[in-house]
Design a protein around this ligand. Structure first.
Ligand code: N01
Length: 546
């Protein structure tokens, strides 16, 4: 039931908010979630663009908190598409009766701490105010779309879309001239589908991407059943894996003798042990994705460059027009710097006559006009302009919520030089306010569902601890928070994520003026989880209570 005096206020009803409702309600807490969208699903509610799908296997990108759910839900594909993941979110909402605790179409514009009352007050866009002892920001890591400020953007008279805010109703692109800006994960997934639908597609690329073919397998009953039989072990394996993915290989999915189904595949060779011809042969025989299996490519800059060059050779072998192929070859950064992108027919799409690639580093976008885009070389007319320009990641949604803590301290001021948080769970000066998969936690470097469950469980246990011990509030000590931020930075140093020339949204580099800090925790999910557990075992080390 919707309550205006909840114990816990949750902002967001994506997978994090949904599980938080279920978990906290089971603890006997009165819970209210506020959600800007008209339904559940978060990322999968907003990102409905053609081609959207997950890059984590669906049997693993699923909740582990309910054995019945695990046993009864069926996935149609190994890597499911957005409509199926949204269907799953809706099923979870129905099955656990979550909607009764969610107020939809309600964006939170401000979150303020009322020190005297020790309450958090959320003010919605409609001016309503809701107060609660605890506030849990389940606002997602990639939920604030980034639309670059291009001169004249408002003057375009055609339709404007953003991949991260795709409309619910079907978008008909038949016969339309479509321009798309951006070639990250969203653009790469959308471009082949947009090309099939549009009369002509023009792709504006600033930085070429390293993308490899995605697994397209339909789910086989035998594979799904093996997972169901082994889920108990698989969930434990997820807890031990740096990325929160078990890596379980069902016997039914591989042509391998019936030995241990969890045995790892053969160790891949080092790329530096192969000649350039041998590297090309690997790509020719096994595809671009084979390059991701050379472990040295992620630990040694020379090996990395060898893999990058083999990748470029692979692109040149797929794309017919040599100039287009060259433009599609990444040269300014290496594999492993950004989130690995997976595609379905990305490069061959550029062999179509109705697809044009424009490199905006050669011919920059000068303005958006009434009719389309004007670059330094020519004008392009469009009926539809699509921004596939990513997100203000990790900190964007938290800052947009205008959070003010103790003594009037604004989160925006505290984070002026980059996010400062303890374990990505709490910030000093903001008592009883928690973030799910906040900056400084493994979050986007982990299977999000695993990361979400761990955070929500930790927060739920913490709230129980406060109640059982008659403690009014909890917040981190500034020194614990600073030490954690230093540790997060330390472990990111020397990884491919922070090599010179690497400009990713992990670093905030995609948003002009955003502080350049590596935001997620790269030390691995198990190490992080153990640290969280140890902190609790040590009486919430690094936190203070009142
Ligand atoms: O965003 P991005 P995304 N002029 O920031 C370009 C997850 N995800 O939405 O690289 C011209 O990666 C920008 O160019 P540059 C996943 O974690 C997952 O694609 O900044 N271009 C870039 O090409 C992913 O990493 C899945 O030079 C401009 C693009 O826009 C994350 O979301 C699917 C520009 C943005 O790429 C973000 O992916 C989709 C400008 N002014 C998303 N501004 C899967 O699970 C930006 N760009 C598979």
């Amino acid at each position: 039931m919707i309550s205006d005096r909840p114990d816990v206020l949750i902002v967001g009803a994506g997978f994090a908010g949904m599980y938080a409702i279920h978990r906290f309600r089971n603890q006997g807490l009165n819970v209210l979630a506020l959600e800007a969208g008209s339904d559940v699903g978060g990322t999968w509610y907003w990102n409905r663009y053609p081609g959207a799908r997950c890059d984590v296997p669906s049997l693993e990108y699923s909740f582990g908190f309910s054995k019945e759910l695990e046993q009864q839900w069926g996935w149609p594909e190994v890597f499911s598409a957005q409509p199926d993941i949204l269907r799953y979110a809706n099923h979870v909402a129905d099955r656990f009766d979550l909607r009764g605790n969610i107020r939809f179409n309600t964006r939170v514009n401000a979150v303020d701490y009322l020190e005297q009352q020790n309450l958090w007050r959320a003010t919605t866009e409609h001016g309503e105010q809701i107060e609660a002892r605890f506030c849990v920001m389940a606002t997602g890591c990639l939920s604030v779309p980034n639309t670059p400020k291009l001169p004249g953007a408002e003057s375009f008279t055609g339709r404007v879309l953003h991949t991260g805010l795709w409309p619910k109703e079907k978008v008909d692109l038949a016969g339309k001239r479509v321009g798309v800006i951006g070639t990250g994960s969203s653009g790469v997934q959308a471009i082949p589908e947009l090309a099939k639908q549009a009369h002509h597609l023009t792709v504006f690329q600033r930085t070429p991407v390293y993308t490899v073919p995605a697994n397209r397998k339909a789910m086989r009953d035998a594979v799904q059943q093996e997972f169901r039989d082994r889920y108990h072990d698989i969930r434990k394996m997820q807890q031990q894996n740096p990325g929160g993915v078990s890596g379980f290989q069902p016997l039914a999915s591989v042509n391998r003798p019936a030995t241990d189904p969890a045995a790892p595949p053969l160790a891949p060779a080092a790329i530096l042990e192969l000649t350039p011809d041998q590297r090309r042969q690997v790509v020719a025989e096994r595809g671009l994705g084979a390059l991701l299996t050379f472990r040295d490519a992620y630990t040694n800059l020379e090996a990395n460059e060898a893999a990058n060059e083999a990748f470029r050779d692979g692109v040149r072998s797929i794309v017919d027009n040599p100039d287009t192929a060259e433009r599609l070859c990444p040269t300014t950064y290496g594999l492993g710097c950004k989130r690995q992108v997976l595609d379905r027919d990305y490069y061959v799409t550029f062999n179509r006559d109705d697809v044009t690639l424009v490199d905006v580093t050669e011919t920059p976008i000068e303005s958006i006009t009434e009719n389309g885009i004007c670059t330094s070389a020519q004008s392009y007319d469009f009926d539809v302009l699509i921004y596939a320009t990513g997100f203000d990641a990790m900190t964007g949604a938290l800052l947009r919520a205008n959070i003010t803590g103790r003594e009037g301290q604004r989160l925006a001021d505290k984070w002026r030089h980059g996010p400062v948080a303890y374990l990505g769970l709490q910030m000093s000066g903001f008592p009883n306010l928690f973030t799910v998969t906040g900056p400084g936690s493994p979050s986007v470097l982990c299977n999000m569902l695993v990361a979400i469950e761990q955070h929500v469980n930790w927060i739920g246990d913490c709230i129980d601890y406060l109640r059982e011990n008659n403690l009014a509030r909890i917040e981190p000590l500034p020194e614990a928070e600073n030490d954690w931020v230093a540790h997060v930075n330390e472990v990111a140093k020397g990884t491919m994520y922070t090599t010179p020339g690497c400009n990713s949204w992990y670093l905030g580099a995609n948003i002009p003026g955003k502080p350049r800090i590596f935001m997620p925790y790269v030390g691995g999910y198990p190490r992080y989880r153990e640290r969280c557990e140890q902190i609790v075992a040590n009486g919430y080390e690094g936190f203070r209570f009142r």
